[in-house]
Design a protein around this ligand. Structure first.
Ligand code: FMN
Ligand code: SF4
Length: 549
């Protein structure tokens, strides 16, 4: 990746970015015009091809998006619930076919039938009021259950501004190193999927020599079925911002950048309000609470690309480059945003810092299991009797989550895909054997990921599920490496053809394809997709038998 392309856009700083401007230019018509992109290229001193290359990557900036008025969710939970055909049909009576687009997961997995219209998300019964919605009527916001099993750390009410200020003062009084030690002692591991210890990441950034550093909150929550980050952004915004400020203080970063997915318009609004509140109370800017600590926030609204959740693609995105994954090293903590040392953490990881600062790292480390510390949010979809967001102590039996928190299933379920599209397909016979922690999932051949739970009902054919999964993988591939760019496409073709009865899949060829994806891909997108496919082949071999030879 060109060093210049990272450093040129930094001339204008993080407050005035090419990516932001592309988003604003796209708003009226659905895509920026060629003339507007040329003007941006001149303004930011980059080539026209760079701007076009970036814009054409995103669902909500590319030319095909021009003229779209309404978007139907095609996330996995909505697909499994079978609600979207009816939504589409209703929308077709209000809009021309080419005015209807798609968004992949609006985070309304708890009630499905989700669609997006003029910056607002709708779901559940809303589609029955389509005429009122399109004539400007107001629809009540969605609701879902929130509960816990074990201590309430993330779901505890947000601090008010007075409490926020007192806790921040306590953090700043501790000093950088003791505070970092406290965080490291907690054993908190990243909640975005990889489970990397946050203490190590903060330390690496702290030790990097640079005047400018960044903390990025990865709020791109792209996993269909996950809406726990949305919950935190909308219901616990001050906890998220607090965690980012603490991370900034221990590393020496003065900017916190929140990269929030476009599919979550309410999250953007709530976070912007919370930042304004912090400003109004003198808790941002320079010499915060009289300490030599400077901190400010920048909110960036993403534009619809799953791969932007991958931390290096996310960094390219903010820089206004085509969001392809970067090779590592260098790691972001060495050379991240604009080539400056950068910490990228998930929303939930950052929000967890509040209780660590408040109650101490040792206290946090006592919660959970030996290697999976603390609590984890899980997202339950509409197949549960009580869909919603639940905070559970790491090590909680899956059966407790399903039966006690979720209230069991509304309809017979043969499997759940847990942890997003790259997470394992866990068959019903394993529900009683698993506990919710990184190790238990790994030992059984699954992946905890971000812990979203998407139910696959007994009536939903597994071949359809795999085709949907591989379609998602090929559509969202950033295209940087061949195994993933071509492999996911060929995999999708094979599955589609088999499902349509146009030819069974050669088992050896398919096994080679999965090996190539797993071993040859540059990042965990291509490298991770074989896991759920293999789970399905193992546990649903009888059902899938007719599609293979
Ligand atoms: C294809 C792909 C998509 C990802 N999407 C997300 C995401 O939406 N949110 C997130 O926090 N991490 C996501 N990640 C993980 C990030 O790359 C990174 O590991 C994470 O943001 C680090 O934060 P954590 O240590 O707090 O988990 C994704 C990774 C891959 C390979
Ligand atoms: S594995 Fe896929 S998403 Fe990851 S770098 Fe390669 S092409 Fe891009």
């Amino acid at each position: 990746m060109s060093k210049n392309l990272s450093e040129l856009p930094f001339r204008k700083g993080v407050e005035d970015t090419l990516f932001d401007k592309l988003g604003r230019l796209a708003q009226p018509a659905g895509a920026p015009s060629a003339e507007e992109m040329e003007r941006l290229a001149e303004e930011f001193l980059v080539g026209k091809a760079n701007v076009y290359g970036a814009a054409s990557f995103y669902d909500f900036l590319k030319e095909e998006n021009r003229g779209k008025e309404v978007y139907v969710c095609n996330g996995t939970a909505c697909v499994c619930a079978g609600t979207q055909g009816k939504v589409h049909e209703t929308l077709e009576s209000h809009f021309e076919a080419d005015q209807i687009g798609h968004m992949t997961c609006l985070g309304r997995c708890h009630e499905n039938a989700a669609f997006h219209y003029k910056g607002q998300n709708y779901s559940g019964e809303d589609i029955a009021y389509a005429s009122e919605i399109f004539s400007g009527g107001v629809i009540a916001p969605d609701t879902y259950s929130v509960g816990h099993h074990g201590p309430e750390l993330l779901t505890a009410p947000d601090n008010d501004l007075q409490q926020f200020s007192e806790l921040l003062r306590r953090a700043l009084e501790m000093g950088q190193e003791p505070l970092l030690d406290e965080i490291t002692r907690s054993g908190l591991r990243g909640r975005g999927g990889a489970g990397f210890p946050i203490g190590l990441k903060l330390d690496a950034c702290r030790q990097a020599d640079s005047d400018t550093k960044f903390i990025i909150c990865n709020a791109d929550e792209g996993d269909p079925g996950a809406y726990s980050d949305r919950y935190l952004l909308e219901e616990r915004p001050l906890s998220v911002l607090f965690g980012m400020m603490v991370a900034g203080f221990v590393t020496g970063a003065e900017w916190g950048v929140l990269y929030i997915r476009a599919e979550y318009p309410d999250s953007v609004a709530v976070i912007e309000r919370a930042i304004a509140d912090l400003h109004d109370h003198g808790l941002l800017g320079t010499k915060i609470l009289g300490f030599p600590f400077t901190y400010n926030f920048k909110v960036i609204k993403a534009q619809g690309a799953y791969i932007c959740g991958e931390e290096t693609a996310l960094i390219n995105s903010i820089e206004g480059q085509r969001p392809e994954v970067r090779t590592r090293p260098p790691y972001p903590t060495q050379a991240g945003l604009f080539n400056k040392p950068t910490v990228v953490n998930n929303v939930e990881t950052l929000a967890a810092l509040r209780s660590i600062v408040d109650q101490g790292g040792r206290h946090y480390a006592k919660i959970g299991t030996a290697r999976s510390k603390g609590t984890k949010l899980v997202s339950l979809d509409s197949f549960f009797m009580r869909p919603g967001i639940y905070e559970v102590e790491m090590g909680t039996p899956l059966s407790v989550i399903i039966d006690e928190l979720g209230g069991g299933f509304k309809a017979p379920v043969k499997a759940m895909q847990i942890g997003g599209p790259l997470g394992g397909i866990v068959p019903a016979e394993k529900f009683g054997e698993l506990t919710l922690d990184y190790e238990a999932f790994q030992q059984q051949g699954f992946l905890l990921g971000h812990a979203s739970m998407v139910c696959i009902p007994e009536t939903f054919p597994m071949i359809d599920y795999l085709e949907h999964l591989m379609d998602f993988a090929q559509y969202e591939s950033c295209g940087k490496c061949f195994p993933c760019r071509l492999g996911t496409k060929r995999g999708h073709e094979l599955l589609k053809r088999a499902r349509e009865g146009r030819g069974a899949i050669d088992r050896t060829l398919f096994a080679d394809l999965l090996d190539t994806l797993q071993n040859g891909s540059l990042c965990a997108h291509g490298g991770g997709i074989p896991l759920p496919v293999r789970n399905a082949l193992q546990y649903f071999s009888k059902e899938l038998q007719p599609y293979f030879n």
